[in-house]
Design a protein around this ligand. Sequence first.
Ligand SMILES: C[S@@+](CC[C@H](N)C(=O)[O-])C[C@H]1O[C@@H](n2cnc3c(N)ncnc32)[C@H](O)[C@@H]1O
Length: 398
Amino acid sequence: MQDNRQALGQYMTPDIVANLVARNIPSGVTQILDLAAGDCSLLRAAQKRRSDLELFGYEIDSDMHRRARQCLPSAKVSLVNGLTGRLHKDFDTQNQIAVVGNPPFTEMVPTDALRKILFKAFPGLTTKLGGRRSEVYFLARSLLIAKVSNGTVAILMPISFADGDIYSQYRSELMKNYAIRKVIEIPENAFIATEARTVLLIIDTSLNNTKQIDIGRFDVTTEKVSRIYKGQLHAGDRLDARYYDGRTKFDAHALQLKDVGVTVTRGVYSHKEAKTMALGAIHTSDLARARNGKMSLNQNNGMHHRDTDLLDNAMAYPGDILLPRTGSRVIWSPVIVSDGSAPITDHVFRIRVPSASLEAVKNAFMHPNFNAWLKCTSKGVCATVLTKRELLTMPLFS
Ligand SMILES: C[S@@+](CC[C@H](N)C(=O)[O-])C[C@H]1O[C@@H](n2cnc3c(N)ncnc32)[C@H](O)[C@@H]1O
């Protein structure tokens, strides 16, 4: 049972979240489908709100399928793979359809047929990233099924789908080929057994362009959603509430690092590789040695490396600002190199600033808003991560 739980992602949706999904099903819908039905939590919540709905479920696990039949006898639940199984014969595209889902968040090896589904749902996809995640295939099939009746998809996805760079192409394709109406961030305390942070996406498949997105946050205690942002976004932009929550505190018109000629690079070698090669590279943990935000490197290792251009990008010199890129226990304070030089690891960013802007950039890093900005911009489940693209959009706080 425990094996199935992990392998099949058997984490049922708690009632308060299932009710939230049900609340977001448009009133014209008459048929509802769940491709990974589990014990029918989502279908039960939908039926509680509207007893006239026709309900269809698909479940791969026979024990869970039995439970689904017991929990909701009125639903037509088939024991099949929700990604490939035939849809129930009573399912009729003349109806308005909503596909609901809290799919398994698991690794899989996709077949050619499944990859076809993925490219049909996301026609401009070129990345291989995310191509082994089952949730993206569930999302793809849900979109294709809903699209036949210009219906709706209401699906829970991991927070990384909303905030991660890996999924930016999927977000972009969603925004260009469908209308994302709402994104509701659901905090980790909503799911008891997994503590996963998730987002509920409400997607209207009747349109092939996203104009306005409503981004909100769900409060587990009050069961209410508070709006964090409403407006237009660029295709592929982040969709998590935490990001936009932080952004409202900063001046939207302030210059950003990218506007003042700042360049950001990172080291080439991991900490382990750099150690094996005896490069003496500066890692995130070394940045703690800084005093008053300054650090003397006093080394000149690694210059024997063949690929000097590559190495030069990964070297820190006086005046450079170093900042951790990722880590679980790192101190997120910028450090200015006072003298000497040394390579940096791939966990460290080197920020190089033209002299005319140096004071303004240094002041921005020392500004109290820097930490608030970092908090809403960095992301990650095990370790916190900041990307180069995001760092370049840091406002020059003053
Ligand atoms: C995260 S649970 C969600 C269940 C339910 N929809 C809910 O929201 O509570 C995912 C369910 O999908 C089932 N499942 C996993 N892979 C599947 C597949 N390929 N086809 C159909 N069901 C699948 C699991 O057995 C599990 O019951």
